[in-house]
Design a protein around this ligand. Structure first.
Ligand SMILES: [Zn+2]
Length: 437
Protein backbone atom coordinates (compact mmCIF):
# COMPACT_ATOMS: atom_id res chain seq x y z
CA UNK A 1 0.00 0.00 0.00
CA UNK A 2 1.02 3.62 -0.27
CA UNK A 3 3.11 4.60 2.71
CA UNK A 4 3.53 8.00 4.31
CA UNK A 5 6.87 9.75 3.95
CA UNK A 6 8.49 10.69 7.29
CA UNK A 7 11.49 12.76 8.25
CA UNK A 8 13.05 13.04 11.71
CA UNK A 9 13.60 16.20 13.75
CA UNK A 10 16.82 16.88 11.83
CA UNK A 11 14.88 16.42 8.58
CA UNK A 12 16.73 13.23 7.79
CA UNK A 13 14.51 10.79 5.88
CA UNK A 14 13.18 7.77 7.78
CA UNK A 15 11.63 4.61 6.42
CA UNK A 16 8.10 5.53 5.28
CA UNK A 17 5.38 4.42 7.70
CA UNK A 18 1.94 2.98 7.16
CA UNK A 19 -1.05 5.35 7.02
CA UNK A 20 -2.37 3.83 10.27
CA UNK A 21 0.88 4.62 12.06
CA UNK A 22 0.90 8.11 10.57
CA UNK A 23 -2.58 8.74 11.96
CA UNK A 24 -1.47 7.49 15.38
CA UNK A 25 1.65 9.68 15.39
CA UNK A 26 -0.45 12.72 14.52
CA UNK A 27 -3.11 11.89 17.10
CA UNK A 28 -0.55 11.43 19.86
CA UNK A 29 1.13 14.68 18.90
CA UNK A 30 4.41 12.92 18.12
CA UNK A 31 4.52 14.21 14.56
CA UNK A 32 3.43 17.20 12.55
CA UNK A 33 2.60 17.70 8.91
CA UNK A 34 5.67 18.94 7.06
CA UNK A 35 3.82 19.34 3.80
CA UNK A 36 0.46 18.37 2.38
CA UNK A 37 1.37 17.83 -1.25
CA UNK A 38 2.73 15.21 -1.34
CA UNK A 39 2.03 14.25 2.26
CA UNK A 40 5.15 14.25 4.46
CA UNK A 41 5.34 14.00 8.25
CA UNK A 42 8.03 15.38 10.53
CA UNK A 43 8.66 13.77 13.92
CA UNK A 44 8.71 16.02 16.96
CA UNK A 45 11.13 13.93 19.01
CA UNK A 46 14.27 11.97 18.19
CA UNK A 47 13.60 8.51 16.95
CA UNK A 48 15.68 5.32 16.94
CA UNK A 49 15.77 4.08 13.38
CA UNK A 50 13.77 0.88 13.83
CA UNK A 51 12.96 -0.15 10.29
CA UNK A 52 15.26 0.58 7.44
CA UNK A 53 15.54 -1.20 4.14
CA UNK A 54 17.22 0.23 1.08
CA UNK A 55 14.63 1.75 -1.22
CA UNK A 56 14.90 2.20 -4.95
CA UNK A 57 13.43 5.07 -6.91
CA UNK A 58 12.38 3.89 -10.36
CA UNK A 59 11.72 6.25 -13.23
CA UNK A 60 10.01 5.72 -16.57
CA UNK A 61 10.62 9.00 -18.41
CA UNK A 62 8.06 9.86 -21.04
CA UNK A 63 7.38 12.75 -23.32
CA UNK A 64 4.03 13.67 -21.77
CA UNK A 65 4.10 11.83 -18.47
CA UNK A 66 6.88 10.34 -16.37
CA UNK A 67 6.14 7.47 -14.01
CA UNK A 68 7.82 7.41 -10.59
CA UNK A 69 7.77 4.54 -8.11
CA UNK A 70 9.62 3.93 -4.85
CA UNK A 71 10.09 0.20 -4.45
CA UNK A 72 11.40 -1.87 -1.57
CA UNK A 73 13.61 -4.33 -3.43
CA UNK A 74 13.66 -6.92 -0.67
CA UNK A 75 9.91 -7.11 -0.06
CA UNK A 76 8.70 -6.16 -3.53
CA UNK A 77 6.44 -3.53 -2.01
CA UNK A 78 5.65 -0.37 -3.97
CA UNK A 79 5.84 2.25 -1.23
CA UNK A 80 5.07 5.44 -3.06
CA UNK A 81 4.11 6.22 -6.63
CA UNK A 82 3.42 9.22 -8.80
CA UNK A 83 2.71 10.23 -12.35
CA UNK A 84 4.39 13.46 -13.31
CA UNK A 85 2.84 15.29 -16.26
CA UNK A 86 5.19 17.65 -18.04
CA UNK A 87 4.41 20.90 -19.77
CA UNK A 88 6.79 20.40 -22.69
CA UNK A 89 4.07 20.93 -25.29
CA UNK A 90 2.91 24.13 -23.59
CA UNK A 91 6.46 25.49 -23.62
CA UNK A 92 6.92 24.69 -27.28
CA UNK A 93 3.64 26.43 -28.12
CA UNK A 94 4.43 29.51 -26.03
CA UNK A 95 7.82 29.91 -27.71
CA UNK A 96 6.29 29.46 -31.15
CA UNK A 97 3.72 32.13 -30.33
CA UNK A 98 6.38 34.56 -29.19
CA UNK A 99 8.42 33.88 -32.29
CA UNK A 100 5.39 34.52 -34.50
CA UNK A 101 4.61 37.83 -32.78
CA UNK A 102 8.18 39.04 -33.22
CA UNK A 103 8.42 37.88 -36.78
CA UNK A 104 5.19 39.54 -37.84
CA UNK A 105 6.23 42.78 -36.15
CA UNK A 106 9.45 42.77 -38.14
CA UNK A 107 7.91 41.94 -41.47
CA UNK A 108 5.03 44.40 -41.36
CA UNK A 109 5.15 47.62 -43.34
CA UNK A 110 6.82 49.59 -40.64
CA UNK A 111 10.30 50.89 -40.25
CA UNK A 112 12.71 48.13 -41.15
CA UNK A 113 14.04 46.46 -38.05
CA UNK A 114 17.01 44.29 -38.75
CA UNK A 115 17.38 41.20 -36.63
CA UNK A 116 19.57 42.10 -33.68
CA UNK A 117 21.92 39.25 -34.29
CA UNK A 118 22.67 36.47 -36.66
CA UNK A 119 25.64 35.02 -34.89
CA UNK A 120 24.17 32.87 -32.15
CA UNK A 121 25.48 29.37 -31.81
CA UNK A 122 24.02 26.72 -29.60
CA UNK A 123 26.43 25.78 -26.83
CA UNK A 124 27.58 22.19 -26.43
CA UNK A 125 24.97 20.07 -24.72
CA UNK A 126 22.17 22.43 -25.66
CA UNK A 127 18.68 21.01 -25.36
CA UNK A 128 15.39 22.51 -26.56
CA UNK A 129 13.59 24.34 -23.70
CA UNK A 130 10.74 21.86 -23.77
CA UNK A 131 13.20 19.03 -23.08
CA UNK A 132 15.08 21.00 -20.42
CA UNK A 133 11.78 21.50 -18.64
CA UNK A 134 11.03 17.77 -18.68
CA UNK A 135 14.51 16.90 -17.48
CA UNK A 136 14.39 19.43 -14.66
CA UNK A 137 10.93 18.22 -13.61
CA UNK A 138 12.28 14.73 -13.09
CA UNK A 139 15.45 15.92 -11.38
CA UNK A 140 13.37 18.08 -9.03
CA UNK A 141 11.36 15.06 -7.96
CA UNK A 142 14.42 12.88 -7.55
CA UNK A 143 15.93 15.54 -5.28
CA UNK A 144 12.69 16.02 -3.33
CA UNK A 145 12.12 12.32 -2.79
CA UNK A 146 15.68 11.91 -1.60
CA UNK A 147 14.95 14.51 1.05
CA UNK A 148 11.88 12.67 2.35
CA UNK A 149 12.71 9.04 1.77
CA UNK A 150 15.91 6.96 2.26
CA UNK A 151 16.65 6.21 -1.39
CA UNK A 152 19.76 4.13 -2.00
CA UNK A 153 19.51 3.40 -5.72
CA UNK A 154 17.91 4.62 -8.91
CA UNK A 155 16.53 2.78 -11.92
CA UNK A 156 15.48 4.34 -15.16
CA UNK A 157 14.30 3.27 -18.57
CA UNK A 158 17.01 4.45 -20.93
CA UNK A 159 16.14 2.99 -24.32
CA UNK A 160 12.91 1.80 -25.83
CA UNK A 161 14.45 -1.28 -27.36
CA UNK A 162 17.65 -3.00 -26.39
CA UNK A 163 19.21 -3.29 -29.85
CA UNK A 164 22.22 -5.29 -28.67
CA UNK A 165 19.97 -7.82 -26.98
CA UNK A 166 17.79 -8.10 -30.08
CA UNK A 167 20.71 -8.79 -32.36
CA UNK A 168 22.44 -11.24 -30.09
CA UNK A 169 20.28 -12.87 -27.41
CA UNK A 170 23.28 -14.69 -25.98
CA UNK A 171 24.48 -11.38 -24.52
CA UNK A 172 22.03 -11.99 -21.71
CA UNK A 173 23.43 -14.22 -18.99
CA UNK A 174 20.18 -14.76 -17.10
CA UNK A 175 18.93 -18.20 -18.01
CA UNK A 176 15.31 -17.51 -17.22
CA UNK A 177 15.13 -14.63 -19.62
CA UNK A 178 17.39 -15.94 -22.31
CA UNK A 179 15.71 -15.83 -25.67
CA UNK A 180 12.33 -14.99 -24.23
CA UNK A 181 13.01 -11.36 -23.40
CA UNK A 182 15.02 -10.90 -26.58
CA UNK A 183 12.15 -12.33 -28.62
CA UNK A 184 9.72 -10.06 -26.78
CA UNK A 185 11.82 -6.99 -27.60
CA UNK A 186 12.15 -8.03 -31.21
CA UNK A 187 8.44 -8.64 -31.66
CA UNK A 188 7.45 -5.35 -30.02
CA UNK A 189 9.97 -3.47 -32.14
CA UNK A 190 8.94 -5.02 -35.44
CA UNK A 191 5.24 -4.55 -34.72
CA UNK A 192 5.75 -0.90 -33.82
CA UNK A 193 7.90 -0.27 -36.87
CA UNK A 194 5.23 -1.74 -39.17
CA UNK A 195 2.37 -0.11 -37.31
CA UNK A 196 0.84 -3.41 -36.17
CA UNK A 197 -0.26 -4.35 -39.69
CA UNK A 198 0.56 -7.17 -42.07
CA UNK A 199 3.39 -5.88 -44.26
CA UNK A 200 2.04 -7.66 -47.35
CA UNK A 201 -1.70 -7.04 -47.28
CA UNK A 202 -2.02 -4.33 -44.60
CA UNK A 203 -4.43 -6.34 -42.46
CA UNK A 204 -4.77 -5.04 -38.91
CA UNK A 205 -6.34 -6.53 -35.80
CA UNK A 206 -5.43 -10.04 -36.88
CA UNK A 207 -2.86 -12.33 -35.22
CA UNK A 208 0.48 -11.38 -36.77
CA UNK A 209 3.47 -13.65 -37.23
CA UNK A 210 7.04 -12.47 -37.69
CA UNK A 211 7.95 -13.49 -41.22
CA UNK A 212 11.53 -13.90 -42.44
CA UNK A 213 11.91 -11.75 -45.57
CA UNK A 214 14.81 -13.87 -46.75
CA UNK A 215 13.72 -17.36 -45.64
CA UNK A 216 15.86 -19.03 -43.03
CA UNK A 217 16.31 -21.93 -45.41
CA UNK A 218 18.02 -19.49 -47.77
CA UNK A 219 20.33 -18.19 -45.06
CA UNK A 220 18.13 -15.32 -43.83
CA UNK A 221 18.87 -14.06 -40.32
CA UNK A 222 16.58 -13.69 -37.29
CA UNK A 223 17.44 -10.03 -37.02
CA UNK A 224 15.01 -7.14 -37.03
CA UNK A 225 16.17 -6.04 -40.49
CA UNK A 226 14.97 -9.36 -41.94
CA UNK A 227 11.62 -9.53 -40.17
CA UNK A 228 8.20 -8.18 -41.05
CA UNK A 229 4.83 -8.81 -39.43
CA UNK A 230 2.57 -10.92 -41.63
CA UNK A 231 -0.89 -12.34 -41.20
CA UNK A 232 -1.11 -16.12 -41.20
CA UNK A 233 -2.50 -16.24 -44.76
CA UNK A 234 0.24 -14.07 -46.30
CA UNK A 235 2.91 -15.92 -44.34
CA UNK A 236 1.65 -19.26 -45.65
CA UNK A 237 1.37 -18.01 -49.20
CA UNK A 238 4.85 -16.56 -49.20
CA UNK A 239 6.24 -19.78 -47.82
CA UNK A 240 9.86 -20.35 -48.75
CA UNK A 241 9.95 -17.88 -51.60
CA UNK A 242 12.04 -14.73 -51.65
CA UNK A 243 10.43 -11.32 -51.39
CA UNK A 244 10.96 -10.54 -55.09
CA UNK A 245 9.45 -13.84 -56.14
CA UNK A 246 6.44 -13.48 -53.84
CA UNK A 247 5.66 -9.90 -54.86
CA UNK A 248 6.44 -10.28 -58.56
CA UNK A 249 2.95 -9.11 -59.52
CA UNK A 250 2.92 -6.21 -57.04
CA UNK A 251 6.02 -4.03 -57.65
CA UNK A 252 4.65 -1.08 -55.64
CA UNK A 253 4.30 -3.18 -52.49
CA UNK A 254 7.73 -4.68 -53.07
CA UNK A 255 9.30 -1.24 -53.30
CA UNK A 256 7.53 0.03 -50.18
CA UNK A 257 8.59 -2.96 -48.11
CA UNK A 258 12.19 -2.83 -49.28
CA UNK A 259 12.42 0.89 -48.45
CA UNK A 260 10.77 0.48 -45.04
CA UNK A 261 12.99 -2.46 -44.10
CA UNK A 262 16.06 -0.24 -44.32
CA UNK A 263 14.78 2.67 -42.23
CA UNK A 264 15.17 2.37 -38.46
CA UNK A 265 12.24 3.12 -36.18
CA UNK A 266 11.29 6.78 -36.64
CA UNK A 267 9.95 9.13 -33.99
CA UNK A 268 10.52 9.06 -30.26
CA UNK A 269 13.75 10.95 -30.89
CA UNK A 270 12.85 13.60 -28.34
CA UNK A 271 12.23 11.00 -25.67
CA UNK A 272 15.58 9.37 -26.39
CA UNK A 273 17.40 12.69 -26.13
CA UNK A 274 15.58 13.42 -22.89
CA UNK A 275 16.48 10.04 -21.45
CA UNK A 276 20.17 10.34 -22.18
CA UNK A 277 20.29 13.89 -20.80
CA UNK A 278 18.52 12.66 -17.69
CA UNK A 279 20.78 9.64 -17.35
CA UNK A 280 23.85 11.88 -17.37
CA UNK A 281 22.44 14.02 -14.58
CA UNK A 282 21.20 11.09 -12.50
CA UNK A 283 24.68 9.60 -12.54
CA UNK A 284 25.96 12.85 -11.07
CA UNK A 285 23.81 12.25 -7.96
CA UNK A 286 26.32 9.62 -6.85
CA UNK A 287 23.64 6.95 -6.41
CA UNK A 288 23.96 3.72 -8.38
CA UNK A 289 21.83 4.08 -11.52
CA UNK A 290 20.43 0.96 -13.11
CA UNK A 291 19.19 1.24 -16.68
CA UNK A 292 16.62 -0.86 -18.47
CA UNK A 293 14.94 -1.00 -21.83
CA UNK A 294 11.30 -0.40 -22.66
CA UNK A 295 11.01 -3.96 -23.88
CA UNK A 296 12.17 -5.26 -20.51
CA UNK A 297 9.81 -2.93 -18.66
CA UNK A 298 6.87 -4.31 -20.61
CA UNK A 299 8.09 -7.85 -20.17
CA UNK A 300 8.44 -7.34 -16.40
CA UNK A 301 5.05 -5.70 -16.10
CA UNK A 302 3.16 -8.21 -18.23
CA UNK A 303 4.81 -11.22 -16.62
CA UNK A 304 3.70 -9.91 -13.20
CA UNK A 305 0.16 -9.46 -14.47
CA UNK A 306 0.02 -5.69 -14.03
CA UNK A 307 -2.01 -3.29 -16.20
CA UNK A 308 -0.36 -0.47 -18.13
CA UNK A 309 -0.08 2.77 -16.21
CA UNK A 310 2.86 5.12 -15.98
CA UNK A 311 3.63 4.35 -12.34
CA UNK A 312 3.37 0.59 -12.82
CA UNK A 313 5.69 0.86 -15.80
CA UNK A 314 8.11 2.73 -13.56
CA UNK A 315 7.85 0.02 -10.90
CA UNK A 316 8.70 -2.59 -13.54
CA UNK A 317 11.82 -0.86 -14.92
CA UNK A 318 15.08 -2.78 -14.94
CA UNK A 319 16.52 -6.18 -14.09
CA UNK A 320 16.31 -5.50 -10.34
CA UNK A 321 12.48 -5.69 -10.37
CA UNK A 322 11.38 -8.11 -7.62
CA UNK A 323 9.65 -11.34 -8.69
CA UNK A 324 6.44 -10.24 -7.01
CA UNK A 325 5.42 -6.58 -6.93
CA UNK A 326 2.95 -5.66 -4.20
CA UNK A 327 0.84 -2.88 -5.68
CA UNK A 328 -2.41 -3.35 -3.78
CA UNK A 329 -3.87 -0.15 -2.35
CA UNK A 330 -1.17 2.05 -3.81
CA UNK A 331 -2.61 5.49 -4.43
CA UNK A 332 -0.40 7.26 -6.95
CA UNK A 333 0.00 11.00 -6.76
CA UNK A 334 -0.90 12.80 -9.94
CA UNK A 335 1.46 15.71 -10.34
CA UNK A 336 1.25 18.32 -13.09
CA UNK A 337 4.06 20.73 -13.81
CA UNK A 338 2.73 24.26 -13.88
CA UNK A 339 4.65 27.43 -14.34
CA UNK A 340 5.53 29.43 -11.24
CA UNK A 341 5.30 32.71 -13.05
CA UNK A 342 4.81 34.13 -16.46
CA UNK A 343 7.78 35.54 -18.29
CA UNK A 344 5.68 37.65 -20.62
CA UNK A 345 5.65 41.25 -19.38
CA UNK A 346 2.20 42.10 -20.72
CA UNK A 347 -0.48 40.64 -22.93
CA UNK A 348 -0.42 41.55 -26.63
CA UNK A 349 -3.15 42.05 -29.19
CA UNK A 350 -3.41 40.11 -32.44
CA UNK A 351 -0.88 42.45 -34.04
CA UNK A 352 1.69 41.89 -31.34
CA UNK A 353 1.35 45.27 -29.62
CA UNK A 354 0.88 45.66 -25.85
CA UNK A 355 -2.71 45.28 -24.79
CA UNK A 356 -2.34 45.50 -21.02
CA UNK A 357 -0.19 47.37 -18.58
CA UNK A 358 3.07 45.76 -17.50
CA UNK A 359 2.54 43.07 -14.91
CA UNK A 360 3.03 43.92 -11.28
CA UNK A 361 4.06 41.81 -8.30
CA UNK A 362 2.66 38.29 -8.37
CA UNK A 363 2.18 38.36 -4.60
CA UNK A 364 -1.01 39.93 -3.28
CA UNK A 365 -1.57 40.12 0.49
CA UNK A 366 0.95 37.32 0.92
CA UNK A 367 -0.65 34.97 -1.60
CA UNK A 368 0.32 33.91 -5.06
CA UNK A 369 -1.71 32.30 -7.81
CA UNK A 370 -1.36 28.54 -7.42
CA UNK A 371 -1.22 28.44 -3.61
CA UNK A 372 -3.49 25.83 -2.03
CA UNK A 373 -5.67 27.67 0.45
CA UNK A 374 -8.59 27.30 2.81
CA UNK A 375 -11.11 30.12 3.02
CA UNK A 376 -13.64 30.31 5.83
CA UNK A 377 -16.22 32.94 4.97
CA UNK A 378 -18.35 33.67 8.08
CA UNK A 379 -21.03 35.84 6.54
CA UNK A 380 -22.44 37.27 3.36
CA UNK A 381 -23.37 35.72 0.05
CA UNK A 382 -20.49 33.26 -0.08
CA UNK A 383 -20.67 31.97 3.47
CA UNK A 384 -18.93 28.60 3.83
CA UNK A 385 -15.58 26.85 3.76
CA UNK A 386 -13.66 26.45 0.52
CA UNK A 387 -10.44 24.55 -0.17
CA UNK A 388 -8.58 24.78 -3.44
CA UNK A 389 -6.12 26.61 -5.62
CA UNK A 390 -6.25 30.37 -5.40
CA UNK A 391 -6.00 32.87 -8.25
CA UNK A 392 -5.03 36.24 -6.81
CA UNK A 393 -6.25 39.61 -8.02
CA UNK A 394 -4.63 42.90 -7.17
CA UNK A 395 -7.90 44.09 -5.59
CA UNK A 396 -7.52 41.48 -2.83
CA UNK A 397 -10.65 39.68 -3.96
CA UNK A 398 -9.53 36.16 -4.90
CA UNK A 399 -10.93 33.29 -6.90
CA UNK A 400 -10.64 29.79 -5.47
CA UNK A 401 -10.81 26.74 -7.71
CA UNK A 402 -12.40 23.99 -5.64
CA UNK A 403 -13.42 20.47 -6.57
CA UNK A 404 -16.94 21.62 -7.37
CA UNK A 405 -16.04 24.74 -9.33
CA UNK A 406 -14.51 28.18 -9.12
CA UNK A 407 -15.74 30.43 -6.33
CA UNK A 408 -15.20 34.07 -7.22
CA UNK A 409 -14.69 37.09 -5.03
CA UNK A 410 -13.33 35.71 -1.75
CA UNK A 411 -11.74 38.44 0.35
CA UNK A 412 -8.07 37.86 1.21
CA UNK A 413 -8.72 38.27 4.95
CA UNK A 414 -10.68 35.00 5.05
CA UNK A 415 -7.94 32.99 3.32
CA UNK A 416 -5.19 30.89 4.92
CA UNK A 417 -2.51 28.99 3.03
CA UNK A 418 -2.29 25.20 3.19
CA UNK A 419 0.48 24.71 0.67
CA UNK A 420 2.55 27.31 -1.11
CA UNK A 421 2.75 27.09 -4.87
CA UNK A 422 5.88 25.13 -5.80
CA UNK A 423 5.52 24.82 -9.54
CA UNK A 424 3.31 21.72 -9.42
CA UNK A 425 -0.35 20.87 -9.09
CA UNK A 426 -1.39 17.75 -7.19
CA UNK A 427 -4.13 15.27 -6.67
CA UNK A 428 -4.02 11.82 -5.20
CA UNK A 429 -6.42 9.42 -6.75
CA UNK A 430 -7.73 6.83 -4.36
CA UNK A 431 -8.92 3.56 -5.90
CA UNK A 432 -7.57 4.70 -9.23
CA UNK A 433 -5.67 1.48 -9.60
CA UNK A 434 -8.67 -0.69 -8.72
CA UNK A 435 -10.80 0.82 -11.46
CA UNK A 436 -8.30 0.62 -14.32
CA UNK A 437 -7.34 -3.05 -14.89
ZN1 LIG B 1 -1.45 -10.34 -44.95
Amino acid sequence: MSRVLVVDTQRQPLHPCTPARARLLLKQGKAAVLRRYPFVLILKAAHGDAESAPLRLKIDPGSKTTGLAVVNDSSGEVIWAAELTHRGEAIREALAKRRAVRRSRRSRHTRYRAPRFANRRKPKGWLPPSLVSRRENVLTWVARLRRWCPIAALSMELVTFDMALMQDPTLQGDAYQQGTLAGFELRAYVLLKWNHACAYCGAMNVPLELDHVIPRSCGGSDRESNRVPACHRCNQRKGNRSLQEFLQARPAVLQRIQAHLKTPLAGAVAVNTLRWALYERLQATGLPVEVGSGGRTKWNRVSRGLPKTHWLDAAAVGASTPQVLHVERVMPWLIWATRRQRRQMCLVDERGFPRTRAKTSSRVRGFQTGDMVRAIVPKGQRVGTYVGRVAVRASGSFNIRTKVGTIEGIAAKYVTAIHRSDGYRYTQKGRRFLSTP
